[in-house]
Write a protein that binds this ligand. Structure first.
Ligand SMILES: Nc1ncnc2c1ncn2[C@@H]1O[C@H](COP(=O)(O)OP(=O)(O)OP(=O)(O)O)[C@@H](O)[C@H]1O
Ligand SMILES: [Mg+2]
Length: 278
């Protein structure tokens, strides 16, 4: 099967006075249609930088030094910005930890969701939009009345559900979820992840889930990619990663997890990304 997303030798750097930080340093991976890929690794290992690079939302001083990002065979890095804008949301969507804060606080949910669709050329009658909206809200386990509320009237979990609704509104082939539930409490996290899982399944989108919570990761991901200091050190089935990690770093990462059976203080420390020239 042709991958829906293929990242080839992606390199992203941040210039600093000590030399460039290689935030992403030659990363390659593929994502099959409908697949759920986990991306794990310690803080600062470059996970969000990959997500933003794939969405082409990286801000200066970040610089994509090289690489290809093929979405359905088309290199996103070569598209004019205008064309990239139409593909965002329609073909590839991003949900982040802070997504809920990107909702406009003074506008009700209905016009926000409809505007996002309109901005991508969806032309429907008011009634059709309402029907579409109800179906969307239902698919993220929200009642239709939520459409008439302001963001501040929603809980964090509800807001993240609205963001997932936005992300799936145009049935993208790929969803990148960068710690989509980290800002929520543990119980809500699980429920929102189940919602994401069902929504993804319904529209047949592939998902890259970035996260720290190995419990959520183990439940969600079919394959897991492990990042360290800007590089992918191991990509394997979730089963293999969690039960038989091969790379020493993956093993360290697994050992540093507070396990339910083995409640010990965390003693293992891990180092951050390499700065060129040090
Ligand atoms: N604005 C910036 N300026 C300079 N360096 C940056 C900037 N943003 C990120 N970096 C560098 O890129 C590296 C990767 O950051 P990134 O946010 O991708 O990590 P992450 O894996 O998503 O971490 P976390 O798990 O904490 O979200 C960081 O270690 C940092 O050195
Ligand atoms: Mg991050």
């Amino acid at each position: 099967m042709e991958p829906v997303l293929e990242v080839r030798d992606l390199r992203v750097q941040f210039p600093t006075s000590w030399g460039p930080i290689k935030a992403v340093d030659g990363v390659s991976f593929t994502l099959q249609p409908g697949e759920r890929l986990g991306l794990i690794g310690e803080s600062g290992s470059g996970k969000s930088t990959i997500a933003l690079a794939v969405m082409r939302l990286l801000k200066p001083p970040a610089r994509i030094v090289s690489g290809e990002i093929l979405l359905n065979g088309v290199d996103l890095l070569r598209l004019p910005e205008e064309e990239m804008r139409t593909r965002r949301l329609a073909e590839i969507a991003l949900v982040t930890q802070g997504a809920m804060n990107s909702l406009n606080p003074v506008i009700r949910i209905r016009p926000q969701l409809i505007d996002a669709m309109r901005a991508h050329g969806v032309r429907l009658s008011t009634r059709e939009f309402d029907e579409r909206l109800n179906a969307l809200l239902e698919s993220v386990d929200l009642r239709p009345e939520v459409a008439d509320l302001f963001p501040h009237e929603l809980s964090g979990g509800m807001k993240q559900r609205v963001c997932i609704a936005t992300a799936i509104s145009l049935k993208p082939r790929v969803i990148i979820a960068d710690e989509p539930t980290s800002a929520l409490d543990v119980v809500v996290q699980r429920r929102v992840m189940q919602t994401l899982r069902r929504a993804q399944d319904r529209i047949g989108a592939a998902v890259v889930l970035i996260g720290h919570d190995m419990g959520l990761m183990a439940q969600f991901a079919q394959r897991v990619a492990v990042m360290r200091a800007g590089q992918l050190v191991e990509v394997n089935s979730a089963m293999e990663i969690f039960t038989r990690p091969r790379h020493p770093y993956t093993r360290l990462l697994m050992e540093s997890l507070p396990s339910l059976e083995r409640r010990e203080p965390l003693l293992t420390t891990l180092t951050g990304p390499a700065v060129e020239g040090t």
